[in-house]
Every structure is written in C-alpha cells, then in structure tokens.
Write a protein that binds this ligand. Sequence first.
Ligand code: PLP
Length: 395
Amino acid sequence: MADHLMSTYNRLPVKFERGEGIWLWDTEQRQYLDALAGIAVCGLGHAHPAVTQAICTQAARLVHTSNLYGITLQEQLADRLCSAAGMERVFFTNSGAESNEAAIKIARRFGHGKGINSPAIIVMQNSFHGRTLATLTATGNRKVQAGFEPLVRGFLRVPYNDIAAIRTVAETTGDVVAVLVEPVQGEGGINVPDTGYLDGIRRLCDANDWLMMLDEIQTGMGRTGKWFAFQHGDSVPDVVTIAKSLGNGVPIGACLARDKAAGVLQPGSHGTTFGGNPLACSAGLAVVDTLEKDRLPAHAAAVGELMLTGLRAALSDVAGVTDIRGVGLMIGIELDRPCGELVNRALDEGLLINVTAESVVRLLPPLIITDRQAGIVIDRVSELVREFLGEQAHG
Ligand SMILES: Cc1ncc(COP(=O)(O)O)c(C=O)c1O
C-alpha cells in the first residue's frame, strides 16, 4: 500500500490507530508506551482534551482565511508567546525548518541593513536545523547535505560548546551577522553545553552587533523544564525559533524576535499561505493554556530529574554505557557502540524510543508523564540496554 509514497523513511513495521496520554494503540489493538512523543511534538500527550476541544470547535467555526486579513487567534497566540519568551514580534510558520528560514532571512536582511552584502551566519557542528536548502546547509551533518549540493552560501561552521572558536571567527571575518545555535543539541545526540556557553555567545553577539538566534524547535515549550531552554540562564536571545510541540501535533511553528531583530521583516519581505491560520493557532493557544495551567515546564523539570537519576542508578554498573545526560525531559543515554537496533527491540516490547547520532538512545516523553510512568520507562529502557550490551559481550 505504501508503493506510492516516496521512500524518504525506513519506517518501523507498525501503524498506530489511536492514542491517549502517553499511550498508543496499533491496528492490532496492541498498546505502546510512547517515550518519544512524535519526536518532541506531543508534549501534552495524545488526544489531550484541551487541544481536541479547541481544534474541533475552531474547525466548525473557521479553518483558514489568509494572512491578507487580520487573525485574532494569531494575535492572541503571538501575545502569549512573547510574554513567555520575553520577545516582541512573531512570524508564524508551518514547521521547524520554515521557522529557521525566517530567522536566516532576518539575519541576512539585518546584515544588508548594515551594509554587509554577503552576510554570514555562524552555525555549529552536529547541529540540526531542518531539510530545506538553507536549513540543511546550516545543519552540521554531511548525511543531511550529501547529494543536494550546491549548498547555500553564507554559513560558517564551528564546533559546538566552543566559545573560543566563535571568538576566532569574530576576529578573522567581517561579514558575520548572527549566530544560530540549539541550546541543547537534539538530533546531534542530546548534547548539553557547559553552563555559561549561551552567556558567552550573548557577549560576543553584543560586542560584534550580531544577532543571537536560538533554535528551540526541540527544546522549547517546556521540554527542558523551562518554557524555553535559554531561561535556565540569564541571557536573552534576539531571535527564537519554535515548532514541534507548539501545536501538540497540529503543524505550526514560529519565529520570535525582539529589539533590533523585531522590525527587520516588513510587508512584502516574507510570507506564508498557511502560517498561523485560525485552526493552527487554536491548537497553539490550547497548548500554551495547558502548559501554564498545569505548570508543565516545572513538572518536566521534576520528572526529568527523576528519570535522569533513575537511569544513572540503574545503569551505573553497566560497561558500554558511556554517558547519561539531559535537561528536563530531553534525555540521552550514550553507548560505546551503534545501537539503532534498540529501537526495534523496544517496539517489540511495546515501547517507543529513538536512537540518534548512531549510539545515543533518545527519550522525549510527553511532558504529562507521571512519576510512576517515568519509573516504567526507566525500568524498561535500562533492561533493554543491559540486555543489548550483555548479549554483545557474550556473543
Ligand atoms: C532543533 C531542530 N531544528 C529544526 C528542526 C526541523 O523541524 P521540521 O522537521 O519541523 O522542519 C528539527 C526537527 O527535528 C529540530 O530538532
């Protein structure tokens, strides 16, 4: 039946029919614990009543008009996001890549406004920013780029978590206009930078009149235990991009900006047909309401800590586990060998997990996960990892 789909994915042999909270059921009515949440999308879990009600009501009233007209729900959602992030203006999109495209366009136009004709953006090794031509160029992974050359000009790459490398670029290149960075790298392997890394970037951006642009597409909306990951520290960026869990599965993203970045895009300079339509914004508002009402960022911080501690305790004596790291409910277990096979093994046992950067088991459960459910994930994941490494040692 999939013969007419382009084979962009090696899909797992399962189809889900229904979901509720952290649980999914497949077409055979088998139940699964979803510790991945659609890769950090369904932060409120599946079929959350607030989102269901909001989109059903809105669908019956008005799905789409156009950005040619005013859209009250868009204004309301922009308001709420700006208060949560300390930003001033929002451009709504349909995906993470488009949110980053908007950020890249803001950076370039900001540069042109200063008389820089060939503006460059500093990006990181092992980063992931999307699959459009500009965002795959910004992405620090050759596999994502291979076969799509010529790449887009205007990106300079440095190692992640290395302030000195950015400083060197500042000293040697005059065309830089911005730094684009994930506060915690997701696809790259749940890489948590040193405390002070973002502050260091902020200082360099201030000193050189660059824009500090954070890709919070995976880390935003409560995932790391704060509304936005940058809020673990004191530095506020100029641009923040989000998507993934903003609509809990309804496609919506956003590029938020403040201060000198806020007014860069003007009528005619950027646009989108669907971005921020009433249906998508109704979902976004329901998500923001629920995160706030149920204090889910703080909950994610507490359960995340419990999971990290639990996993470390359960796997401390296991040779082959090289690191267990994370922030909030963004957790990585790094092994000393490729372990993609663990995804299938977990699936067989009714558990959804992911492996990224070849050897990092990635857990991104819904933010609504309870302590008890987190305990189940700890037990099952640590058993899977133990078994996998044990068999390899004996086989
Ligand atoms: C940090 C980050 N940026 C950008 C993207 C791209 O988002 P999308 O797939 O919605 O275009 C992703 C997706 O995984 C991501 O994790």
